[in-house]
Structures are given as C-alpha cells and as structure tokens.
Design a protein around this ligand. Structure first.
Ligand SMILES: *Cc1c(COP(=O)(O)O)cnc(C)c1O
Length: 442
C-alpha cells in the first residue's frame, strides 16, 4: 500500500477533528483509518490509487455500485428544480411518486408512507405509531414491545430499547425502557437433526407463550425478517414469520418488520417478508432505499392505521417530525434506484449472481476452519474457528492488505456486496478471503 502526504494528512486531521462512529478512537493509534478520495462501482480509491473492493456495501447501504451514472443524473436534475422543502403543510413530486411506488411494491397493502432520515428514526416512528394507534383506539394499556434475542433496530434510546446486542446496549441500560425478548429462530441454535424450519416452529411456540401472557399490554412485535444483521448475520426460516403473523393476528398485536437491512432485494425478494407470504402492519426501510446515496428512511403502514389518527383533535394526529422529512433529493435518489430495479430486472439478475458467488465460495464453505457457512439472497456469512483473540480487527487489516473491505462481527465474516459485483470481482473476493482464512492460527 502506498501513502502520499495527501493521504497521511487527511488521516491525521481526521483523528484530530472527527469522532468516528462505532469506534474506540484510541485504537486508531495503531489501526489505520482508510482515506477515501473517490469511488466507482464496487471500488473505493484513496488519493494514490490504492483500491478496496467494497464487499460490505459501505455498511449495507449501497446497491448498484458507487457513482452510478443514472442516479447521478437524476440527482443533478433534481438539484436544478428543488433541493428541499419542509413536508409539513407542503408537498412535492418526488415524495408523492416515491410513496405511490413503495405502496405498489407492497401490493397496495400498506397505503401510507411516513418519512424519517435514518434507520433508527424509522424504528422510533414505527414504535410510536403502534403505541399511538392503540391509544387512539381505546387501548392505552398497550405500551410494551417484544423483539427477538439478538435483534438490532438502531441506537437511539427507543430503538436501543428493543435492540438486544449487549455491546451497544449494556452501557446505556439505565436510560432505556424495558422490552421483552423471545428466542431467536437463528438456525445455528437448532439441535442436532432439527431442521431450520422445525427450529423456527419451536421458537414460534415460545413467542406464542409470551403473547398468551402479555398480549394485553403488548403493542407490537418488531423483527428483522429472515436475517438478523448486526448480531452476526443470523438467518432463519420464513416459517417463523408466517407463525408470528398468525399469532399477532390472534392476540391483537402489531407486527413491525424492520427491513432497513433486508429490504430492497437484499434477501432475494424486494422485501424479505414476501418470502413468508405475509403482510406486516408496519414496514421500516432505509439503508439501500436511496441506492446508498443519501440518508432517508420511511415507515409504511396500513390505511386502517392511518385512519385511526384522522380526526378533528390535533393530538390524535401523529405529531412526530424530523427537519429533513421527505427530502426531495433523497426521494429522487430512491426513485432512480427503483427505476434501476425495474429496468435491469435486478431481483432476477441477483439470483444468477448469488449462485455464482456461492459456487466461487465453495472452498471457503468447506474449509476446516469454517463453521455455519450460510447464504440468503445477496448475503453470505460464516464463522472462523481461530485460536487467537482479536479476530475481527486482524481480519479487517489482512483484508485491507488484499484490497478488500470486510468488517467481521466477532468471529463472523460476511459478504454483502453491491448487486453489480462482476465475476472477476467475485473471484478476487472469494480467493483472497480464502487466503486470509488459511493464514488464521488454528
Ligand atoms: C442499520 C439498521 C438500523 C439502524 O439504521 P441507522 O440508519 O444506522 O440508524 C436499524 N435496523 C436494522 C435492521 C439495521 O440494519
């Protein structure tokens, strides 16, 4: 890796002026920050032309590569017309078009869209809306939420309250309200001989027991459908979602699906919940919705929920807001992203791409140091058996040396590449990952 003064200066100034997210800054005394000057397709470049394959889509947000000419053009055109206007009392074409198209993608089951700026605020919106719906319909006692063990729904205080990742949660526990967690259908926890589906059924029984006792004060169940990302790409059978839907119906509890990571084709269908043949009451989207260009989030819900807020009384309305709600540029980036899905038949194309990557990863899957190699749509994950602590950081540094951006969660390595990854890039990713795995001390 070469470094010029321009790269070095940027790193130094970044450490002095920027407080980086999800980071113990002191570690950057020895762990290098990576300067990025520009990006194209699956590649990130520094000022000297060193490059990194963005195999995790820049924290799961990018879909069709960096600097896509179609999204760039749509944004340039929107800039000339309207960059932003407040959405309270005003409206604009991109937000209307986007809301209509997102609704259509749910088969018109979720007829209204409420906008936020990031994933965590979408979670907050869904939780508040669910609670407020019950309050408006004469059930103010429904104030509690239930989520899955290992779930991740964001890190603002409300979202963190339904999150179950100790590393992010424990420090702030005194600030959070209590929520319940039920067993995760993550098939790695199945017993020997038990299929992922059987395990999902067993976990659904645990949810049933919980709701049986607590439905009276429970507003909603919130889940990451099919793949629980931040806990380490835990994957589970769609049967769990079918049963969860039926139980929520039986017990009068909302089903919130957090598709912030799984949405926009990541799991092989546009929304992960489609694979269970169900419809949620609330759907949270963010991350990929703008193709990875701009912060935007949206909560879709049923018209029946919307109508419970429609009233002469101001406070029966949903008074939540963010300054950048429904930002016109972000909505335009999302519309351009949806256009690419349509024009390129991206969901179908991803099936062939996923098969190619799975085939190229066969030697990784069969490596003696690898456990639980798994795949859902355009997500792959596996655990690495290793004798030495500090795996995630060591692997990250080894990957950078081989032009790969990979950021393991604990001992879990995952691939979540942009959908435009080519056969050559797939070969490079899988071969170099295998090299790093082979060098790990056993
Ligand atoms: C990333 C993520 C969030 C939080 O989104 P932010 O934009 O980081 O606030 C919430 N839920 C899931 C499932 C996520 O993957």
């Amino acid at each position: 890796m070469q470094t010029s003064t321009r790269n070095e200066l940027l790193l130094k100034r970044s450490r002095c002026a920027v407080w980086h997210p999800c980071t113990q800054m002191k570690q950057h005394e020895t762990l290098p920050l990576v300067p990025i000057a520009r990006a194209k397709g699956c590649w990130l470049y520094d000022f000297d032309g060193n490059r990194y394959l963005d195999a995790i889509s820049s924290w799961w947000v990018n879909l069709f590569g960096h600097s896509d000419p179609r999204i760039n053009a749509a944004l340039a055109a929107q800039l000339e017309a309207l960059e932003h206007v407040m959405l309270a009392g005003f409206t604009h074409e991109p937000v209307v078009l986007l809301s209509e198209r997102l609704s259509q993608l749910t088969g018109d089951a979720l007829g209204h869209c409420f906008y936020g700026s990031d994933g965590a605020s979408a979670t907050e919106i869904a939780l508040k809306m669910s609670f407020h719906y019950w309050r408006n319909t004469g059930r103010p006692d429904k104030t509690r939420f239930v989520s899955l063990a290992g779930s991740y729904h964001g890190e603002t205080l409300g979202a963190l309250s339904v999150t179950d990742v100790a590393l992010f949660k424990d420090t702030y526990a005194p600030l959070l309200w209590e929520s319940a967690q039920v067993a995760s259908p993550d098939w790695r926890a199945a017993e020997a001989g038990e299929s992922p589906r059987d395990f999902a059924v067993r976990c659904a029984h645990a949810l049933e027991r919980h709701l049986e006792h607590h439905h009276g004060d429970t507003a909603a169940l919130i889940v990451e459908p099919l793949v629980q990302g931040a806990t380490g790409m835990a994957m589970y059978d769609a049967e769990y979602l079918r049963r969860a839907r039926a139980l929520c119906d039986r017990y009068g509890v909302h089903l919130i699906v957090d598709e912030i990571m799984t949405g926009c084709g990541r799991t092989g269908t546009f929304f992960a919940y489609e694979q269970a043949g169900i419809v949620p009451d609330f759907l949270c989207l963010s991350k990929g919705i703008t193709g990875g260009y701009l912060p935007l989030s949206v909560v879709l819900t049923r018209d029946a929920v919307y109508e419970a807020f429609y009233d002469d009384a101001l406070t029966r309305g949903f008074l939540h807001s963010h300054s950048y709600t429904g930002n016109a540029l972000a909505c335009r980036a999302a519309l351009a992203t949806l256009d690419i899905f349509e024009h390129e038949r991206a969901i179908e194309a991803n099936r062939a791409k996923a098969a190619a990557l799975s085939a190229a990863a066969r030697d990784i899957a069969q490596h003696p140091k690898i456990r639980h190699f798994r795949n859902t749509g355009m997500i792959w994950a596996f655990e690495v058996d290793t004798a030495e602590p500090g795996f995630a950081r060591r692997f990250f540094e080894q990957a950078l040396r081989r032009e790969l951006l990979l950021r393991p969660i604990g001992n879990t390595v995952y691939f979540m590449p942009p959908y435009v990854i080519s056969d050559e890039e797939i070969a490079l990713l899988t071969q170099r990952t295998l090299e790093i795995v082979a060098h790990e001390p056993k």
